[in-house]
Design a protein around this ligand. Structure first.
Ligand code: COD
Length: 313
């Protein structure tokens, strides 16, 4: 089971490389990440976009993209659709966002004809490499796709993240349904949703994971905070998945972690036909590379899961 991004990178080495289709490739950090993925035999990449701009950008940052396939499509919307279509047709295994707005990229992913819909809710998960009290990966969802999820959507978002955490080797992921407090307050709708999700979990409605809530962030991740506040349950202090009440909460938390505390993060969209790498345009090349690594890991573990048939979704 990987406890760090370096572990994830080491664990994918025996598995086959995957093909990544990048939508609108002329982004410095994306091309740096692509060059690293090619150099470390993690993935082969197809870069869709304005080829002249892609080459000029790669030159500017000294990114060796000589092994990548280039497809010239200067229109941003068409480039996004074309990259995603390469994945839905099976020519590539992973879609990745390049230099375009998140919503424009996601609309290509959701396209009814050429997109990656499955009939399920698609949702985003950030993976955070948390240093304390021991280094491990924590999953934060949804900080990038579903803006204000209703109760049913939160249940699906939790289910998607549980499936991902299980691919990452956590047998029964512990989910903290986060709010500002640990008691149900009718004036705070997030606490009500969290309480019902928790009840559903105790009734066995999330068979693969354990949801507890409402919990404030400190209670979810700090054993000491839970002890001081007298909160005793199997998730308190040990949450693997932080289920956020809204996109803003998740997005602000993760950007605080990376931009204020220097934490390493990766980002994926789940629930689609294939993993989708979705990072912010301001994320570092390292974060984009780590996201490719995690997508390759998820795609390979999913294949193992289907073959072995041991793990329930
Ligand atoms: N899963 C599956 N289908 C979906 C989802 C989803 N999460 N979201 C929308 N759909 C389907 C709907 O069922 C419908 O058929 C179609 O897509 C259009 O639905 P709308 O009109 O509600 O959606 P859009 O196109 O206006 O917006 C969808 C986005 C994902 C683009 C939107 O939710 C969005 O902008 N999300 C936030 C993206 C963002 O800015 N993130 C910032 C992170 S840095």
């Amino acid at each position: 089971m990987p406890y760090s991004f370096d572990d994830v990178l080491a664990e994918i080495k025996p598995y086959p490389k995957k093909r990544v289709a990048v939508a609108v490739g002329h982004d410095e950090a994306v091309l740096d990440a692509v060059a690293r993925a090619e150099a470390q035999d993690v993935a082969d990449c197809v870069l869709v976009g304005d080829v002249a701009k892609i080459k000029a950008t790669a030159d500017a940052v000294n990114a060796d993209i000589s092994k990548a396939e280039l497809i010239d499509e200067r229109d941003v919307t068409k480039a996004a659709k074309r990259a995603v279509a390469l994945v839905s047709s099976g020519e590539c295994h992973i879609a990745m966002k390049g230099k375009l707005h998140t919503d424009d990229f996601l609309r290509a992913v959701l396209d009814k004809e050429t997109g990656l819909r499955t009939g399920r809710l698609l949702s985003h998960v950030f993976l955070l490499e948390v240093p304390l009290p021991v280094k491990r990966l924590v999953f934060v969802t949804d900080g990038a796709m579903n803006i204000a999820p209703n109760f049913e959507e939160k249940a699906q978002i939790a289910t998607n993240a549980i499936a991902l955490a299980r691919l990452f080797g956590i047998e029964q992921p512990k989910v903290a349904a986060l709010a500002g407090v640990e008691l149900v307050n009718p004036k705070m709708p997030a606490t009500q949703d969290a309480a019902v999700l928790s009840l559903m979990s105790y009734r066995g409605q999330f068979e693969a994971g354990l949801i507890e809530g409402p919990l404030a962030l400190d209670l979810a991740v700090s054993e000491e905070a839970a002890r001081i506040k007298g909160v005793k349950n199997p998730v308190a202090g040990h949450a693997d998945i932080l289920l956020m009440p809204s996109l803003e909460a998740g997005n602000i938390m993760v950007k605080g972690f990376s931009h204020l505390a220097g934490g390493r993060t990766a980002g994926l969209v789940l629930g689609a036909k294939a993993p989708v790498v979705l990072t912010s345009r301001s994320d570092s090349a390292e974060s984009k590379f780590l996201s490719i690594v995690c997508a390759v890991y998820a795609a390979n573990m999913e294949a193992v899961r289907v073959k072995v048939g041991k793990v329930r979704g």
